[in-house]
Design a protein around this ligand. Structure first.
Ligand code: 13P
Length: 256
């Protein structure tokens, strides 16, 4: 059985006092049970330590929103995966569509970052997903295929162990427009088939594949009920305690 995971991607939001308050109330409000998902908060770099201070000792884990492809060196403005690891991060989001579109990250860059993160001991949350235009042209599977093959190029089965894949259709991010559970489920199945072809069946069943794109408390249940979907990467709704907990705490009873 794959353990479900819900990660909050705070993007470029929250000053440190705001981040502390949000992290604290989330950590206090999580209902822990045997079927609870793993919960990860991904604040901006500047708030990582502040958030760590609030969640340590709780079930909540820490993640970053990006990391560089090298461990150290003359890369002004960049953050190394080792730096993230040493302040308590376990996860790092890589290849988010906002990084791909605003910062020109291509599959090769994402691949280098995934390798560096894994080498450092972080679990990447690797984002893939098509634009609206690509979906309308029927290119969804071709795009996801190219992104996944590119990002995983040269990675061994062993290195894949800690990977989480997030399917985030670009047209569903921040738009209030969610993929239907069926649309998302189809792409998730495609991703598993591809993993099975690239690696083996066992790994395709073991890797967690989560959905991102306008996940809210009122649509999360239907999304999480899809057997291929192992949780969510949540943007806007992760910025408020009530909406984030509304997603996290419904998980145990999602089949009701
Ligand atoms: P929204 O939940 O705001 O659509 O953002 C999704 C996302 O990009 C998470 O990484």
């Amino acid at each position: 059985m794959r353990e479900p995971i819900i990660a909050g991607n705070w993007k470029m939001n929250k000053t440190n006092p705001e981040a502390r308050e949000l992290a604290k109330s989330i950590a206090q409000g999580i209902e822990v049970s045997s079927s609870s998902p793993e919960v990860v908060l991904c604040p901006p770099f500047t708030a990582l330590e502040a958030v760590m201070g609030e969640i340590s000792g709780s079930e909540v884990k820490l993640g970053a929103q990006d990391a560089f492809w090298d461990i150290q060196g003359a890369y002004t403005g960049e953050i190394s995966p080792i730096m993230l690891l040493t302040i308590g991060c376990e996860y790092v989001i890589l290849g988010h569509s906002e990084r791909r579109s605003y910062f020109s990250e291509d599959d090769q860059v994402v691949n280098r970052k995934v390798k560096a993160a894994i080498q450092a001991g972080l679990s990447p949350i690797l984002c893939v997903g098509e634009s609206l235009e690509e979906r309308e042209k029927g290119q969804t599977e071709a795009v996801v295929n190219k992104q996944l093959r590119g990002a995983l190029n040269g990675l061994s089965l062993e290195e894949l162990k800690s990977l989480v894949i997030a399917y985030e259709p670009v047209w569903a991010i921040g738009t209030g427009r969610t993929a239907t559970p069926q649309q998302a489920g189809e792409v998730h199945s495609f991703i598993r088939d591809l993993l099975s072809r690239l690696y083996d069946f066992e790994v395709s069943q073991r890797i967690r594949v989560i959905y991102g794109g306008s996940v809210k408390p009122d649509n999360a249940r239907d999304i999480f009920n899809q057997p291929q979907i192992d949780g969510g990467l949540v943007g806007g709704a992760s910025l408020e305690t009530e909406s984030f907990l509304g997603i996290v705490n419904l998980y145990p009873s999602r089949g009701d």
